[in-house]
Design a binder for this molecule. Structure first.
Ligand code: HEC
Length: 137
């Protein structure tokens, strides 16, 4: 490969988050013992949705993706609060619950095909991720 191309690929992938080891069911997500793996599940589910914040409307496929992704983040954030929140100082647990509530709201908004509510839920979720990383990562 051309050196310049290899370098730019390396730069792009510095921002890549490794994928989870497998495609977990919601039940399996709830039982994950690794915080890192839980985060990778959340990133895989949430990052593509975060790009859609602020849109005035969404396609049927986008609403479906929100229902699916919202369910996965909800399962992961529940595990985050139950499994990892107890042993860490606040606001860790509170932010895990904020993320979970945002994911629940995202699913409900998408079910109702309500673009404004869905966008606001994505915003709330993203701020929970960012706020926790700022304090605990
Ligand atoms: C309640 C706190 C909290 C919330 C909320 C949270 N994270 Fe994290 N996140 C962490 C901590 C702590 C780490 C460091 C974990 C480690 O390295 O073991 C982390 C690490 C990560 C990583 C790096 C994983 C790796 O490969 O090392 C990614 C990606 C990530 N989080 C994505 C997200 C996304 C996306 C969201 C929101 C949808 C989110 N996180 C919400 C606490 C949180």
């Amino acid at each position: 490969m051309h050196r310049g191309a290899a370098l730019s690929l390396a730069l792009i992938c510095a921002a890549c988050v490794p994928s989870p080891k497998q495609d977990y069911t919601l039940d399996q997500i709830g039982k994950l013992e690794s915080l890192e793996e839980l985060m990778r599940v959340q990133a895989q589910a949430a990052d593509p949705l975060f790009k859609k914040r602020g849109q005035a409307s969404y396609s049927e496929a986008e609403f479906q993706a929100m229902i699916n992704g919202g369910g996965r983040v909800e399962a992961a954030a529940t595990a985050l609060s139950l499994r990892f929140g107890k042993t860490r100082p606040q606001p860790f647990g509170e932010l895990a619950v904020k993320l979970k509530n945002g994911a629940t709201e995202l699913g409900a908004a998408a079910q109702a095909r309500n673009a404004a509510r869905a966008s606001a839920a994505l915003e709330a979720m993203k701020s929970a991720c960012a706020s926790c990383h700022k304090q605990f990562k």
